[in-house]
Write a protein that binds this ligand. Sequence first.
Ligand code: G6P
Length: 366
Amino acid sequence: TRIEKAGFKHFMAKEIAEQPVVIADALKHYIGTDGTSLNLPPEVDFATVDRITMVACGTASYACHVAKYWFEQIAGLPAEIDIASEFRYREPPLSPTSWALFVSQSGETADTLAALRYAKDHVAKTVSVVNVPTSSIARESDLSLPILAGVEVGVASTKAFTCQLTVLALLALKAAVDRGRLDAAGLATHLSALRNLPGLMNHALSLSQAIADIAEELAEAQDILFLGRGAMYPMALEGALKLKEISYIHAEGYASGELKHGPIALIDARVPVIVMAPRDALFEKTVSNMQEVMARHGKVLLISDAQGVAEAGSGTWATLTLPEAPPAFAPILYAVPAQLLAYHTAIAKGTDVDQPRNLAKSVTVE
Ligand code: G6P
């Protein structure tokens, strides 16, 4: 079937807008009809698994990076992440009772496929999280879980990323149950939080015009920094990747706490700094880093919820107020403003959003 833009100017805009629907589809697929139990294949049993190693490239690797926080914090399962091009050559020692998990939209990325082939002889199980169920990575892994995002055309990955996060969140919950870290009531609470996400994402999508206004100014910048702490750190990396991919503006994501170890040297009135900080347990730490930026006349865009913006928004250049999200799964919601910032900045610059220069949708050569 031919995929159309369905009234949108770009595939990327359509794919950003589709997220509430495709995430609801993925949740429906993997959650029982009662809404309180998981519906994963029986092979997904973490009872004897002592470690999980996640490997991917590009945006998919940032999904793994977020999931590392989930596996560790919710399931108490040691989790390791690496990009596939490094993993495949560093000959990492892997525990025979561990699992290796490969995340790929296309299922054909050469480095990720090579990493999977390496891991096969070393671990108890190889699991893939893919969008294309007929792909090489899906076929060659012991177990493959589809993310159900539907066809993604835009080179910059959007809906596949949030669907990857959704499936990884469900896997982390299963690991927590299998390891005795989460009882039925706790699981039901987390699942209900996940099922609320599509509604929250619709709210985030309604900020599109406000984000377009901010993007008009971002488009003037030479360099942009993204800051986040905890699971918002990989979201800062993803925000910067998305922006550089399609707007060609140099952008870097940093862990807020690392600011003083280097990037603060870049700050002046011309450098926008985008701070992704829901009002969670780490909020005050991130805000203190943000104030160091403001003291050096950095232009701060604070992305938070109403409480966060009320507490820390004064003196910033701009704020974006998202609905309050369940703390664990906030990264899935915060992907939306990051994508829209990149999209509208690229529009303001007049670049080719769906086919950015030098990039390919699927990288099947090394
Ligand atoms: C390319 C694409 C990215 C993608 C990466 C990994 O660089 O442009 O959007 O994140 O490959 O692709 P995969 O299909 O393995 O997720």
